[in-house]
Write a protein that binds this ligand. Structure first.
Ligand code: AMP
Ligand code: ZN
Length: 467
């Protein structure tokens, strides 16, 4: 049985999906006003580990991640440059997709953009107005906390501090401001807006996620994730809007990762204490070493970013890589069935420990412990010349199996392709994302003429060389 810590109940719970064998997962995505920092990637990599483990455990996962391409910050950025919102966010959306690829984050099934779901948001806000959960004030619409007695059940805020009638206009605010929050913001001069049934304006940030998650996953779904900073007010507000509108439970399991910090402070744009992935690539940091670093501390523990810690992660990952290389390349005898048996037993135990650890609220330290234990045992057999080729192959199969969840071993395929071809493949991906299928097709044809066949799979695009 898989168990997770559920922020809603404050307890570790058995995971039971709504439908056997499948589940819906919603993860709050990037606000595309700038390049994401590696703290954001801690959240996305935790979510990737969770999703890969659920798939590994046999679930069919439908994963939705929103792109917040209209909010206070994107509007401010576009205004400062004097460009349209779309023009402004395009660059950062592209950067996000490039980043997740090099960090080996499996793509979601849907990436809904807020600007493409305004109708869904307006429908919900209208419903909330009709049901009396929301009200107009000076052309904007607010959610009335007094009408929703369950408010605070996720973040356990102190409702005594609730001030009747006080309103908060900004998307982000602290617990001291538990006020009626904004659902729809009246148009302001020089800002983008939509002409809608509830007047000209634009959505608040929180309604975006309620509308887009339920559009793709239904009114009640299984898992919702984010960083702990999302618990209040964002996720608390999502619950209020969704449960008030649909009249049923919104999400069964809420999973939140702790922060990546620098000197004890959350890494964030506003504090200026951040690195983007690009900053690290410029320092010759391997992105998969960063992935290993972000992944290898339990998601509910604070993680301290230092270059020393990153170096330690690199060295640990390298031990696994060296081990796999040795097993693949050493000349080993073909003999000894009894020996293969004992290695199979040891490997089977390591694989079972790995799975059991992750099933225990994604206990990654213990899961990696099982990997390193196996590395130690097998290395000592190698040193004593006691490992046969069949036994080594059993171990290799298990390590590659575990790497379906970890995704930290080198991918040979990508390294064999010349850079111009890799760029062409990425350009085709880009064209597909922009729904420029004519261009995507012409790139595919061009690659075909160079002997590269592309195949689009759930995990992304794969390629094959043909003669
Ligand atoms: P944002 O673009 O600010 O909405 O953040 C996107 C995701 O990154 C959210 O799930 C946040 O909770 C998460 N996040 C932001 N900063 C950090 C951090 N320093 N450590 C971990 N997660 C973070
Ligand atoms: Zn969200």
């Amino acid at each position: 049985m898989i168990r997770f810590y559920n922020t809603l109940s404050g307890k570790i719970e058995d995971f039971r999906p709504l439908r056997p064998g499948e589940l819906g997962l919603y993860t709050c995505g990037p606000t595309v006003y700038d390049y994401p920092h590696i703290g954001n990637y801690r959240a996305y990599i935790f979510e990737d580990l969770l999703k890969r483990f659920l798939i590994f455990s046999g679930f069919k996962v439908t994963h939705v991640m929103n792109i917040t391409d209209v909010d206070d910050k994107t509007i401010k950025g576009a205004k400062a440059l004097g460009v349209s919102l779309n023009e402004y966010t395009k660059k950062y959306i592209e950067a996000f997709f490039e980043d997740i690829k090099v960090l080996r984050i499996q793509p979601a099934d849907h990436y809904p953009r807020a600007t493409e779901h305004i109708e869904d948001m307006v429908r919900m806000i209208k419903g909330l107005l009709d049901k009396g959960y929301a009200y107009f004030k000076d052309g904007s619409v607010y959610f009335s906390l007094a009408k929703f007695p369950d408010y605070g059940k996720l973040s356990k805020i102190n409702k005594e501090e609730l001030r009747a009638g006080a309103r908060v206009e900004t998307d982000e605010y602290e617990k001291e401001s538990v006020y009626d929050f904004v659902l729809w913001k009246k148009v302001k001069p020089g800002e983008p807006y939509w002409e809608t049934e509830i007047g000209p304006g634009r959505p608040g940030w929180h309604i975006e996620c309620s509308a887009m998650s339920t559009r793709y996953l239904g009114p009640t779904f299984d898992i919702h994730c984010g960083g702990i900073d999302n618990i209040f007010p964002h996720h608390e507000n999502e619950i209020a809007q969704s449960e008030a509108y649909y009249g049923q439970k919104f999400v069964n399991y809420w999973l939140h990762c702790h922060h990546l910090v620098v000197d004890g402070e959350k890494m964030s744009k506003s504090k200026g204490n951040f690195f983007t992935l690009r900053d690290l690539l410029a320092r010759q940091i391997n992105p998969v070493d960063l992935r290993y670093f972000l992944l290898s501390t339990h998601y509910r523990k604070m993680l301290n970013f230092t270059f020393d810690n990153l170096e330690q992660a690199r060295a640990s990952r390298q031990r696994i890589i060296d081990f796999v290389y040795e097993l693949e390349h050493q000349m080993l005898p073909q003999k000894s069935e009894s020996q293969t048996d004992s290695v199979s037993t040891m490997t089977g135990k390591a694989l079972a420990d790995f799975k059991d650890s992750l099933a225990d609220d994604l206990n990654i330290s213990s899961a990696l412990g099982a990997v390193f234990e196996l590395v130690r045992e097998i290395n000592s057999r190698l040193a004593r010349n006691e490992l046969s080729r069949p036994a080594a192959n059993v171990v290799l199969t298990a390590i590659h199996e575990m790497d379906k969840v970890l995704a930290i071993l080198p991918e040979k395929k990508e390294e064999e392709l010349p850079a111009e071809i890799v760029i062409k493949i990425e350009q085709r991906e880009q064209a597909r994302r922009e729904k420029n299928f004519a261009l995507a097709d012409s790139i595919r044809q061009e690659l075909l003429q160079q002997g590269i066949v592309l195949e689009d799979t759930r995990e992304g695009v794969r390629w094959k060389k043909i003669k």
